[in-house]
Write a protein that binds this ligand. Sequence first.
Ligand code: SMG
Ligand code: MG
Length: 372
Amino acid sequence: MNLRGLELRRIALPLVSPFRTSFGTETARDVLLVRAVGEAAEGWGECVAMSEPLYSSEHVDGAAEVIRRFLLPEVAALAKSGELTVPRLEAALGRIKGHPMAKAAVLTALLDLSLRESGTSFGAYLGAVRPTVPAGVSVGIMSSIPALLDAVEGYQAQGYVRIKLKIEPGWDVDAVRAVRERFGDDLLLQVDANTAYTLADARHLARLDPFDLLLIEQPLPEDDLRGHAALARLIRTPVCLDESITSARAAADAIALGATSVVNVKPGRVGGYLEARRVHDVCAANGVPVWCGGMLETGLGRAANVALAALPNFTLPGDTSASDRYFARDITEPFVLDGGHVAVPTGPGLGVTPDADYLAEITTGTEWLALP
Ligand code: SMG
Ligand code: MG
């Protein structure tokens, strides 16, 4: 890989409608893109951090700072000695603690560059075994139950094969009951609390048991593995961890403790696609199914996620929606729903390319980081 430098590009993409979770409301996606520029090709990585550290400890400004101050020198050192490969860079970045989303963005840009150079698709590289993946959709907290039912009806009409409801105290049992009663027992339904409860809420959360949910995602705080294990013994709904799964080792620990029986895999949260594949592997070895999470990605991040979701142990539909779930216009060719599935790109690297004109229109800043 012959790397000239990295471009950091910040874009602002409006959302088609506000997306409310237990930790806040998003109205636009503030995205940091990393473009790795080589001699003959370029690669893209999308940083999934949010503007504020509410989902996890990372945020966009912080990720940009970590990349320019601490990750770039590691890239430069390997490039200088002619040893720059993605696995070697991943190992080198290990000495920088934390910041998985910043690392994932850089690693993904370089992986895309090297795969475009070799003509290999992300799916082929990661080990995809399916040409398409089933798409679920994440439905935000709404102003009323009728508004929620309208939203779910709309997504069902579009063909989404699984519905995930965001929940928080005060928006849980009634919302789930209403959706179950209206759409019937066949609807694949799950909920995501984004850490909004404590173990003291176990009896309340057990009231979700009669609704046959696929899973409840991250009910308790990120570092409360023991709490999740205790909760899993008190409720019938399977517990699925998202925020807590920060690495393949964390996944192994959570499984061993009985804190999770399904795992949400988000490459940004674990430091990139190589570690995401290890999470997949460790879960597969333990007989624990996984599914691909989402961070309201543009077409760039979505392309990589869809490729990952085509691995064998991704047996549940992911938050791999079509582009129009969030954006009136995506920065790449849009991902579309076809019979409830989205297609895994087959071209080199991510297999999608940003539209340069549109990208320029929504760019709020760029910074060129040349390799010394
Ligand atoms: O990309 O469809 C998507 C988002 C799915 O609900 C989603 N993501 O905790 O799983 C999660 C959330 C994190 C982002 S909320 C702003
Ligand atoms: Mg989640």
